[in-house]
Design a protein around this ligand. Structure first.
Ligand SMILES: NC(=O)c1ccc[n+]([C@@H]2O[C@H](COP(=O)([O-])OP(=O)(O)OC[C@H]3O[C@@H](n4cnc5c(N)ncnc54)[C@H](OP(=O)(O)O)[C@@H]3O)[C@@H](O)[C@H]2O)c1
Length: 268
């Protein structure tokens, strides 16, 4: 574990650290000097993460977030040693339009994406309040604000995460605890890679003003910002990291970049 960096000596817990945004976030905290408890179900992935990080910086923990008792007990154990930052990142997404969402996938999505965030935040929050300090960062999505079809269970789960974030910010702020949500746009990870063929890119990329998808590291850095002292007055916020996707939409394809509209000849 390095003794230098923005998070030197801080204790951080990242859920969903076996791949994608969570892995990049755990690695970035470790590089910045933190001791990181890294959660996920795939132990081999966690071992690789620990091997590649500065020695001793990653503590791998294999856990299914849907097991509330195990989650409470783990967070309690970690937080009793001191927990400065909790990053609730683990998530799942099923490609199902609302009329086809199965009960099983609805439950899985809500348990993983929302209930586990509540359980971890409540348990960590109790310890943080007692300690008088702490930061929670919840990874929501741009899909918390708009319906993205066909993710019938995913979008409502992420909308719940945004309001849970605001509840935590409102009720724990007076105790010196900050809570904010990162809302990523389309990011290249195991969750999205199966979709990312040429046809999908042709249809999707015009919706993103920056004209490309995000890399996981481009989401990790804003998580570190929200967790850092640089964000000391940021509480209850949602940070959209989406290349500008939610800032607007093209009125019609003929107004897409590169199209030159005919000049108006009418007098003003
Ligand atoms: N990629 C995007 O475009 C995008 C956009 C907006 C928001 N997000 C959000 O960003 C977060 C990370 O997603 P990602 O794209 O990085 O996906 P990912 O690569 O599929 O990673 C998801 C992580 O969640 C963990 N996880 C899932 N279910 C779990 C469970 N029951 N118990 C413990 N861990 C569990 C997975 O670990 P194991 O499988 O090892 O358990 C994995 O580490 C998610 O909350 C996602 O909704 C992603």
């Amino acid at each position: 574990m390095t003794t230098e960096g923005r998070f030197a000596g801080r204790h951080v817990l990242v859920t969903g650290a076996t791949s994608g945004i969570g892995r990049a976030t755990a690695a970035a905290f470790a590089r910045e000097g933190a001791h990181v408890v890294a959660l996920g179900r795939r132990s081999s992935r966690l071992e690789v993460l620990a091997r590649e990080a500065p020695a001793g910086s990653i503590e791998p923990v294999v856990l299914d977030m849907r097991d509330r008792t195990a989650l409470r007990s783990l967070i309690g154990r970690v937080a009793s040693r001191g927990l400065d930052v909790l990053v609730n990142n683990a998530g799942v997404a099923f490609v199902e339009p609302i009329l086809e969402v199965s009960d099983e996938h609805w439950d899985d999505t809500l348990e993983t994406n929302l209930t586990a965030v509540f359980v971890a935040s409540q348990e960590a929050g109790r310890h943080m309040v007692a300690a008088g300090r702490g930061v929670i960062v919840n990874v929501a999505s741009v899909d918390a604000f708009v319906a993205e079809s066909p993710f019938g269970a995913y979008c409502p789960s992420k909308a719940g995460v945004v309001l849970l974030t605001k509840m935590l910010a409102f009720e724990l702020g007076p105790f010196g605890i900050r809570c904010n949500a990162l809302c990523p746009g389309m990011t290249v990870t195991e969750m999205t890679e199966p979709d990312l063929d040429d046809e999908f890119e042709t249809a999707y990329l015009p919706r993103i003003p920056l004209g490309r998808f995000s890399q996981a590291e481009e989401q990790a850095e804003p998580v570190l910002f929200l967790a850092s002292d640089a964000a000391s007055y940021v509480n209850g916020a949602t940070l959209e990291v989406d290349g500008g996707q939610l800032s607007g939409f093209w009125y019609a394809p003929r107004y897409a970049p590169g199209y030159e509209p005919p000049r108006s000849t009418s007098a003003r």
